[in-house]
Design a protein around this ligand. Structure first.
Ligand code: NAP
Length: 246
């Protein structure tokens, strides 16, 4: 499908996991993709080469989303290479499961810096620069609906993302830009799997009525829909993609 040729998408945190699947899918749909990453340059470059081998257009751009200047440079790089930005997918995020009482000040700050401020930084840049007709997809989490112990700080960062999603959609009135969020359930990536026993992973996999973990492509499909031509009337919404878990 080449209908979206010439649209330029920045995908944050696209070196691995869900972000990599999104970059691959959007490139296959004909978008030019900017693969943002924080540290894993090898994975980001490998993904870019693989997209190019399939006939797509991709650029890698290192930027810590929690750093506003780095985020401005990320948009600069996209504009310099491709002339503008039409799609922003705010996928970069971290999760450290820990009881609130055991969470250090540094971990609290790190979660808010990347998950919340990172999203704020790119949204503010998008407000200044995104082209008419643009699409923004933020990342929340179904954990917000589950209220499981250990997720207080992570959920707080994602609740803030949902709050910004609803308000920002209205602030962009007149620009023909939609702002939505996806809230995945458990997806088989490093973020979810690391630190969990096989037994705990299996327990999570049994929770949705569809009785499996999500795969990165399940979420990439949802993002592709939200940035595609069929979703133009969806705005300011949070879409829980979780196999019916909550
Ligand atoms: P992941 O496999 O751990 O990948 C995280 C990605 O984010 C990597 O590409 C990483 O880049 C990047 N990243 C981390 N810190 C960054 C920073 N400061 N600046 C820029 N990029 C940064 O995670 P994932 O599971 O794909 O999660 C993606 C999103 O989905 C997150 O927002 C997460 O909260 C959300 N989510 C995930 C699940 C799940 O079960 N997996 C469920 C609900 C929501 P490097 O490789 O360079 O470090």
């Amino acid at each position: 499908m080449q209908e979206q040729t010439n649209r330029v998408a920045i995908v944050t945190g696209a070196s691995r996991g869900i972000g990599a699947a999104i970059a691959e899918r959007l490139a296959a749909d004909g978008l030019t993709v900017v693969i943002n990453y924080a540290g894993d340059v090898a994975s980001a470059e490998k993904l870019a080469r693989s997209i190019e081998q399939k006939g797509g257009r991709a650029l890698t751009a290192r930027a810590d989303v929690s750093d506003p200047e780095a985020v401005a440079r990320l948009f600069d790089a996209a504009e310099a290479a491709f002339g503008g930005v039409d799609v922003l997918v705010n996928n970069a995020g971290i999760l450290q499961v820990a009881a609130l009482a055991d969470t250090s000040d540094a971990e609290f700050d790190r979660h808010f810096a990347i998950n919340t401020r990172g999203t704020f930084n790119t949204l503010r840049e998008a407000a200044r620069r995104m082209r008419k007709g643009g699409r923004i997809v933020n990342f929340s989490s179904t954990t917000l609906a589950l209220n499981l112990p250990g997720y207080a700080v992570y959920n707080a960062t994602k609740a803030a993302v949902e709050a910004m999603t609803h308000v920002f959609a209205k602030e962009l009135r007149g620009r023909d830009i939609t702002v939505n969020a996806v809230a995945p359930g458990p997806v088989a990536t490093d973020l979810f799997l690391s630190g969990k026993s096989d037994e705990l992973v299996a327990q999570f996999a049994r929770m949705p009525p569809l009785e499996r973990l999500g795969q990165p492509d399940d979420i990439a499909n949802v993002v592709a829909f939200l940035v595609g031509s069929g979703a133009g009337w969806i705005n300011g919404q949070v879409l829980r993609a979780n196999g019916g878990l909550a």
